[in-house]
Design a protein around this ligand. Structure first.
Ligand SMILES: [Zn+2]
Length: 618
């Protein structure tokens, strides 16, 4: 960290909010002056291998090194778990610090003074909105808490929570509150505190009525569970409607649970309910318990199991698993013991594998959820269940094997089904799974290993795209040509650069982010700088992976390679044009002559390309 004596005291122009940014030029300078091998070397034992250094990845468990550092490119990349980036990213991951903190720490070490500049008005506006969204959520949380604790309109909430066995000290720990059965209780309260209606809407707490244009509370007659981010700030809420015998039934069509929508400060795919309270205990117990509902978390915590988290109304995502894995790689997850539950377990296996998580299966015999189990049987019974978890992989192997039957054909079929699942696990886990399958199916281990290896080579190579249970939004993947182009530009810029500069961007047909990366690399920016400027995580991964892979196309082949690559792209483009022309001619449009002429020209060019580079023009 920066020692105070080194801080440039004059020349620091902080705006009132203290919001400043470190100028890009300084960031680049710090990166250039820092030896990434030395910084990584403090945490990982590195051995030289060609032009890079390799070691055991600190971010996922492994026995053979797949973690690479490429000092002259200033980057690291792990082929096992896909983690990669520049030296700042490394520090952020390993020390859990922010980007600015990482930059400052390394700047101090390199003797570079950081003169933070004022934010641009746009940046300031953005920060202000964020700040006020945090403020408005915090204020809402206090309002709901106040209603639950002391106000007459909080009565139904108090009765309901008592019926569910939750004690007031638990309400406090989780900051539980109550949203009264009123249309504008929160909106009015916020208004009185100087927050605009627009902010309440932006924070996902209120809506504007289409017909009357008035703003109304989104959460009404609900027990409110605030959702906290990893710095314990309230970012959203989940609300459970309150049903009581002596209350009129809630309006028809009201969902039992209402979850906050995504906002500028909240992405439900990334957040786990309860994590900020659970993380110390997760580390201490070296496990987390993953459940589905707010009440499961709160009830288990009250019963003494504080390492518990829940998804917030989404299917489990890769990002959520990554978030818990930082504290412990062991996750106890709840799956029903019936066939549907086990099928769900089979489906989720690749997700756990991709996230490097050891999943343990917990099944409740006679309760629908942990909340009910605790209320029916108490804490000791639940603790006994926790001691009877089994690896999820065991459940899945036994299930698949059992279904396929004991005949030779059946066992073979089981291996076929299991191999693709096993192939997604990291190497260490894979070996022991192969042994386990061989054991359970009574087959030679090397047969199973061979089948798994085949499944691995069948799977598309490239960066690890986690097969999430909740699939990420589809994005156009980069074509192999564009990936190769990035690689060539990173490693043989002098040969490839001129060729790319004269190519038509249209030919590349790549996403804008990729074109930006190409432009940056052509300008001579470092891979690390280009990646940092790129907003797309998957492209960043591709860049880092390309940079750490040094032995792909040798220098003396680079020129031919890039020519072939462009010829392929052009041939593809021509094939598409020809297809379109054929369709238009078939439709009998008015410009038949022009079309025929264009077709002739294109065919001639295609023939030329084929002569130049045999085998082109699939
Ligand atoms: Zn790794």
């Amino acid at each position: 960290m920066l020692r105070p004596g080194r801080m440039p005291r004059s020349g620091l122009r902080r705006p009132p909010g203290g919001a400043t940014a470190i100028p890009r030029a300084i960031i680049d300078q710090v990166r250039d002056r820092t030896d990434i091998a030395e910084v990584v070397g403090r945490h990982v034992t590195l051995k030289r291998s060609g032009t890079s250094l390799v070691g055991l990845c600190p971010f996922h468990p492994e026995k053979t090194p797949s973690f690479n550092v490429v000092p002259h490119k200033g980057i690291f990349h792990c082929f096992g778990c896909g983690e990669g980036g520049d030296v700042f990213r490394f520090l952020m991951k390993i020390q859990g610090v922010s980007f600015n903190e990482a930059v400052k720490e390394l700047a101090a070490a390199a003797g570079i003074q950081i003169e933070e500049r004022d934010l641009t008005p746009a940046e300031e506006q953005r920060l202000r909105t964020r700040a006020t969204l945090f403020d408005v959520c915090e204020e809402a949380c206090r309002y709901y808490q106040g209603i639950l604790k002391a106000r007459p309109e909080g009565g139904p909430g108090r009765v309901y929570l008592q019926q569910r066995g939750l004690r007031p000290e638990t309400w406090d720990r989780f900051r539980i509150g109550y949203a009264p059965d009123a249309w504008s209780g929160l909106v009015d309260h916020l208004h009185g505190r100087g927050f605009s209606e627009d902010l309440a809407i932006e924070a996902g707490l209120a809506r504007r009525s289409d017909r009357r244009g008035s703003t109304y509370d989104l959460f009404r007659r609900r027990v409110m569970f605030p959702i906290l981010d990893d710095r314990s700030r309230v970012v959203s809420f989940g609300g459970r409607i309150v049903e009581l015998p002596d209350l009129p039934s809630p309006d028809a069509g009201q969902p039992k649970y209402l979850n906050g929508t995504d906002t500028e400060i909240y992405r439900k795919q990334r957040v786990l309910y309860g994590l900020s309270l659970a993380r110390t205990e997760i580390q201490r117990q070296d496990r987390s318990i993953l459940v589905e509902g707010y009440f499961d978390v709160v009830t288990l915590s009250q019963a003494g199991f504080q390492e518990v988290v829940a998804t917030c109304g989404t299917a489990l995502t890769f990002e959520q698993l990554e978030a818990i894995r930082r504290f412990s790689p062991r996750v106890v997850a709840l799956f029903d013991s019936d066939e549907a539950g086990i099928k769900a377990a089979v489906r989720s296996m690749p997700l756990f594998a991709a996230a490097g998580v050891d999943a343990l299966r917990l099944s409740l015999a006679d309760a629908k959820d942990p909340d009910e189990h605790i209320r029916l049987h108490g804490a000791d019974a639940f603790r006994a269940l926790l001691n009877r978890t089994e690896p999820l992989t065991d459940t899945v192997i036994r299930f698949v094997a059992g279904r396929a039957g004991p005949t030779a054909v059946g066992r073979q079929r089981a291996v076929e089904e299991l191999a693709p699942l096993v192939s997604r696990f990291p190497e260490v886990a894979r070996a022991s799974l192969v042994r386990r399958i061989a054991d359970l199916l009574d087959l030679p281990e090397r047969d199973v290993a061979r089948r798994v290896a085949r499944a691995r080579s069948d799977a598309r190579p490239g960066p690890q795209a986690p097969a999430a249970v909740d699939p990420p939004p589809p994005e156009a993947p980069l074509s192999p040509e564009v990936k190769d182009l990035l690689w060539l530009l990173i490693h043989h810029a002098e040969v490839v650069g001129p060729r790319i500069r004269t190519a038509s961007p249209d030919l590349l047909d790549a996403r804008l982010e990729v074109l930006d990366c190409l432009a940056g690399l052509l300008r001579g920016d470092s891979v690390a700088a280009v990646a940092e400027a790129c907003p797309d995580e998957s492209i960043r991964t591709i860049l880092f992976e390309a940079a750490s892979r040094t032995d792909y196309i040798p220098g003396d082949r680079a020129e031919v390679a890039v020519d072939q690559l462009f010829a392929r792209l052009e041939a593809d483009r021509i094939a598409m044009c020809l297809k379109r022309i054929r369709q238009e001619i078939d439709l009998g449009g008015p410009n038949r002559l022009d079309l025929v002429r264009e077709r002739t020209t294109l065919n001639r060019r295609l023939a030329e390309l084929r002569r130049l580079l045999p085998g082109i023009g699939r």
